[in-house]
Design a protein around this ligand. Structure first.
Ligand code: ST9
Ligand code: ZN
Ligand code: ZN
Length: 340
């Protein structure tokens, strides 16, 4: 059998040097962080979003009630499947492939990822990846769209309810996004975004339970569309709040990011956030085992099928050097023993 490591690229230089797209001057970042602490930014609420999210959450609560008490078992499974697929479109697609370029994917795989990404309705992938590159490059400054400097509610979802900071727009404009604009799959998604999310986030999730197992249309809509969409949003947002707050920091004690078991479970493998901020080019985004990283399993299956290649990992010597200099080797060993 073919050696799977053959189409992997091992990164052997220190992470801070190789962060493609992301390399920022550390002193400049410290200065920007201090500045954002000194001058708390003014908050300009976008009421349209406040009302839309409030309505969505009321719908989601009705959906949760129906899911627990009224829905058919097949609908419960359907909700779980849609959350998993939509999340993988975010983690495997928008995040690991497009924002970070941590592996390469052939056309059919990119189309698949773009379609399941549309289930999650989290802005089109180009916009998602632009914000995310800003988050990594200028973490916890005013140029970070969901900076934890502005509190955990802001980092979680508050940032989607207010105008963006001017610094984010100024700094973000300096990013090179040409790789994203050059991908015709992403341009297709951008041009057809509303019909795509209409179909994949709302219409199909409602229609399939009605057509195939006779679920009531209202129950299907509230559970598989509204509740499931809201649940996936919160699982994603937890990476910005909980995963910058409570957990392990074996790789970098200075960062706000942490490795957290629960966010790994809810976000199909994205909870190894201290590792990920330290080695953002690594397609695994953590050192945790497969059961805490289903997105890695998806990418590896893609590689077995010949649809994925050039998966980037980090060499052990680099991880060790990093832990010794900026983190803690004992904490790493203890965490991996506990979480697997
Ligand atoms: C959602 C996204 O929920 C969630 C992302 C989470 C990210 C998580 C990251 C960490 C996790 C990683 C692991 C994944 C885990 C997944 C787990 C799965 C379970 N750079 O935005 P506008 C400029 S979406 C440069 O209108 P406002 C640009 O010129 C939910 N420039 O700003 C832009 O024009 P254009 C559904 C930038 O007016 C112009 O500003 N979606 C940048 O301040 C205007 O942009 C929503 O709810 C930048 N980064 O409004 C929509 N940004 O775009 C919510 C902006 O033409 N959004 N510019 O180039 C909005 O309504 C608005 O964006 C706003 C700000 C009100 C928040
Ligand atoms: Zn982060
Ligand atoms: Zn990332």
């Amino acid at each position: 059998p073919e050696n799977p490591s053959l189409n992997m690229t091992q990164i052997k230089v220190d992470a801070l040097i190789t962060k493609q797209f992301l390399a920022a001057d550390l002193n400049e970042i410290r200065q920007m962080q201090e500045e954002s602490k000194r001058k708390p930014p003014k908050t300009e609420i976008v009421w349209r979003n406040v009302f839309l999210f409030a309505a969505l959450h009321i719908g989601a609560l009705i959906g949760l009630y129906q899911l627990v008490l009224q829905a058919k078992w097949a609908t419960v499974g359907w909700v779980f499947l849609l959350h998993t697929l939509g999340s993988m479109g975010v983690t495997g697609g928008a995040h690991r492939l497009w924002a970070h370029r941590s592996y390469k994917a052939r056309f059919p795989m990119r189309v698949f990822l773009m379609l399941i990404n549309s289930i999650a309705f989290q802005n089109d992938i180009i916009e998602w990846a632009r914000d995310h590159r800003c988050h990594h490059k200028w973490t916890d400054t005013d140029a970070d769209p969901h900076s934890t400097n502005r509190g955990m509610f802001f980092a979680h979802m508050g940032w989607l309810l207010v105008k963006k900071h001017e610094q984010l727009k100024v700094q973000g404009a300096k990013l090179d996004l040409s790789d994203l604009y050059a991908d015709r799959v992403l341009m297709f998604q951008r041009r057809n975004y509303l019909p795509l999310v209409g179909i994949f986030c709302f219409a199909l999730p409602t229609f399939i339970p009605v057509y195939f197992w006779g679920e009531s249309a209202l129950i299907a809509f509230y559970t598989a569309a509204l509740f499931r969409y809201t649940f996936t949003l919160h699982a994603t947002w937890c990476i910005n709040s909980v995963s910058h707050w409570i957990g392990w920091q074996p790789y970098d004690h200075q960062a706000s990011s942490v490795d957290n078991l629960w966010t790994s479970v809810a976000a199909v493998g994205e909870g190894g956030h201290n590792y990920h901020h330290t080695f953002p080019q690594d397609y695994r985004t953590s050192e945790h085992a497969e059961f805490l990283n289903w997105t890695r399993v998806l990418i590896d299956v893609g590689a077995t099928l010949g649809l994925v290649y050039d998966r980037k990992t980090t060499a052990e010597e680099v991880i060790e050097r990093q832990c010794k200099k900026f983190g803690c080797a004992e904490e790493r060993a203890k965490m991996l023993q506990k979480l697997g």
